[in-house]
Write a protein that binds this ligand. Structure first.
Ligand code: SF4
Length: 327
């Protein structure tokens, strides 16, 4: 039986908007609106949605880089929602994040050696200088960089190599879970595949668990055992990867899938073009949040918000029209 590593229970994150004479809260940005799911050890969950749908905020809440407004997060069966001090520091060692822009997250004044040594010092891993040197070399080897890189600075590397450095830094503290926040979005297509393959190899070698955040379904297709699709702060569909790609249940997932470029000109006929922009998370639409753009919306959709329901075994979708027979 699979072991649950992470469990999110009704996670909510909103940001107050202050205004008025007394600088009071006048509204709030509802970035994440009640997200629940489980993640098994060794699994990769793809988290997909358009920019601003709350996926990165959710990722940061799960590893306590941001405080939750409400809800709970469990890691290894332990409630970590309110951990503080040493307990939070120890937790951070087990949960790391890789960012989209490795250059922005690597200190340009530090050499590679210093960058990789820093987390070992902060977390008191590698007591002697020799231990740390050995570990830094091991990390470089793990991500396919040469030992000569040690005295170089981040600007001396290509985008793909910098992302390898970001991965090495995340691995330094031997984490169990890594949030990969759009790790290949800023890279050339040819380099994207190399970084994705590296992440998959490392998962095999080190038994890592990933949440892989991306804005399109194409990127997560080959890395994810399951995929969760987010829209305006909510998961609207979550299922095994093959079920999401073969039998999507939610109209939004269908639209995202139809946007994946494939070299068949006839495919253009099946493309679903969503009208309008994503509504503001300050004032999301009533009823189903997707009704303002849904091509099959009905009157009911403008009034009642659908629950996330299991339409087929292990396949959940929040749409009034979703059923085991499909839309
Ligand atoms: Fe579209 Fe209605 Fe389903 Fe929402 S509930 S996705 S508006 S059909």
């Amino acid at each position: 039986m699979s072991e649950v590593l992470l469990r999110a229970e009704n996670v909510v994150k909103s940001y107050p908007i202050l205004g008025g004479v007394f600088n009071q809260e006048v509204a709030s940005v509802k970035a994440v609106q009640g997200v629940s799911f489980e993640l098994n050890r060794g699994e990769t969950l793809g988290l997909v949605g358009e920019s601003g749908c709350g996926k990165s905020t959710l990722g940061r809440c799960l590893i306590r880089l941001q405080e939750l407004t409400s809800g709970r997060v469990f890691f290894n069966g332990r409630d970590i929602t309110h951990l503080k001090g040493n307990e939070l520091r120890e937790l951070r060692r087990k949960m790391q994040i890789i960012f989209q822009d490795p250059y922005g997250s690597l200190n340009p004044r530090m050499t590679v050696n210093e960058i990789l040594e820093e987390p070992l010092i902060i977390h008191k891993l590698g007591l002697t200088e020799k231990d740390r040197n050995d570990r830094v070399r091991e990390l470089l080897n793990l991500v396919g960089l040469r030992p000569e890189s040690l005295q170089r600075y981040p600007h001396e590397f290509s985008g793909g190599q910098r992302q390898r450095l970001g991965i090495a830094r995340a691995l330094a503290v031997s984490p169990e879970l890594i949030i990969c926040d759009e790790p290949v979005s800023a890279l050339d297509v040819s380099v994207q595949a190399q970084v994705i393959n590296l992440l998959m190899d490392l998962q095999q070698k080190l038994g890592l668990t990933y949440i892989f955040i991306a804005h399109d379904l194409k990127v997560v297709e080959h890395v994810s055992a399951r995929v969760a699709v987010m829209y305006l702060g909510k998961i609207v569909e979550i299922a095994k990867s093959e079920d999401i790609y073969r039998t999507p249940q939610h109209p939004y997932t269908k639209a995202l899938l139809s946007a994946i470029p494939i070299p068949d000109p006839r495919a253009k006929e099946n493309r679903i073009i969503l009208s309008g922009d994503v509504p503001s998370p300050v004032n999301p639409p009533k009823g189903c949040h997707f009704h303002t753009r849904c091509p099959i919306a009905q009157d009911k959709c403008r009034i009642d918000g659908p629950e996330l329901k299991e339409v087929k075994p292990e396949h959940w979708a929040s749409c009034h029209l979703a059923s085991s027979e499909g839309l």
